[in-house]
Design a protein around this ligand. Structure first.
Ligand code: F6P
Length: 326
């Protein structure tokens, strides 16, 4: 692509919010200001581009947001952007505001939207942020660590009461179609069993035998973690009751996992990614995603990046198994 001097950029957050999105917005705005680039915040993701919903941002407009969860730019999943008409209106807004590029913070859905924009001539850079950690091109996504910590905190509390009553707990965690959150959290809380979408469910092997083995090892309370993409926690609880006669308590953690102050890892990663995104643009690199590969930030061409797959390391499943029958 022909190199063009970047004078003004837009930044937006899209899809499900994630702790650390604000840290990324702050880093984008401050790096831009530092490099003499003007920055415009687009509210409500791609819908904001369509509706020309924006605010001009300076270095001080992002004061005190580093530690805040959610996103000050608001977020949305825009149906209008799925139509050609909607996308054309978004491009018109970019032209009208004089935006030389858009930095889009979100997950795969956000990057597919960004790719469409790039095809219409608007240069883009993507920053991976989703609690699901399911962006194929990046080993890590902003928000994942904070969501794990929130889930762990909740499950530790559940364990106190489950232990006291010698009960079985079935906890459903988010993650959409991916089991990253469920598997990492299960190891961190010492769960009795975990169900993830990447591993076909065998109820007897994966749930009943795990509870029975734990019982034989002397345990009197049991923690079953279910990824929302693998099964419904209430269904699993019902089947445990039918098969073993226990009376499990079911908890769906839900959106609480998306809130809260970002962890150190998310603040630091988001700040570096935001910085690298603006540096990439300033250096003439467009239509890419700033991704983490083997601990380093790399810029990957967006089209290629969207084809990349990341697999859940099921060896972690074996690690959990080795830990639980004591
Ligand atoms: O992608 C993030 C996520 O929280 C998923 O884990 C979950 O399946 C989904 O978003 C929930 O979406 P909504 O906020 O629209 O209910």
């Amino acid at each position: 692509m022909e190199e063009k001097k970047i004078r003004r950029i837009g930044v937006l957050t899209s899809g499900g919010d994630a702790p650390g999105m604000n840290a990324a917005v702050r880093a984008v705005v401050r790096t831009a200001v530092f490099l003499g680039i003007e920055c415009v915040g687009i509210r409500r993701g791609f819908q904001g581009l369509i509706n020309s919903d924006f605010k001009v941002m300076d270095g001080n407009s992002v004061n005190h947001i580093l530690s805040r969860g959610g996103t000050i730019l608001y977020t949305a999943r825009s149906d209008d952007f799925l139509s050609e008409e909607g996308r054309k209106r978004a491009v018109t807004t970019c032209k009208m505001l004089g935006l030389d590029a858009i930095i889009a913070i979100g997950g795969d859905g956000t990057f597919r939207g960004a790719l469409e924009l790039s095809r219409l001539g608007v240069p883009v850079v993507g920053i991976p942020a989703t609690i699901d950690n399911d962006v194929g091109c990046s080993h890590y996504t902003i928000g994942f660590d904070s969501a794990c910590n929130t889930a762990i905190d909740c499950i530790d509390k559940l364990r106190d009461t489950m232990q006291s009553h010698e009960r079985c707990s079935v906890v459903e965690v988010m993650g959409r179609n991916a089991g990253f959150l469920a598997l990492y959290v299960s190891i961190a809380v010492g769960a009795t069993a975990v169900l993830v979408p990447e591993r076909e469910l065998d109820f007897r092997r994966d749930v009943l035998e795990r509870i029975q083995n734990a019982r034989l090892a002397g345990n009197t309370h049991f923690m079953i973690v279910v990824a929302e993409g693998a099964a419904h926690a209430f269904e699993i609880g019902k089947r445990i009751h039918e098969e073993l006669g226990m009376e499990p308590r079911v908890t769906v953690l839900g959106h609480i996992q998306r809130g809260g102050s970002p962890s150190a890892r998310d603040r630091e990663t988001a700040t570096r990614m935001g910085y690298c995104a603006v540096k990439a643009l300033a250096g003439g690199q467009f239509n890419c995603i700033v991704a983490i590969q083997d601990g380093r930030i790399v810029e990957l061409p967006i089209e290629e990046a969207l084809q990349m797959k990341k697999t859940l390391q099921l060896e972690r499943y074996d690690v959990l198994e080795a830990m639980c029958n004591f």
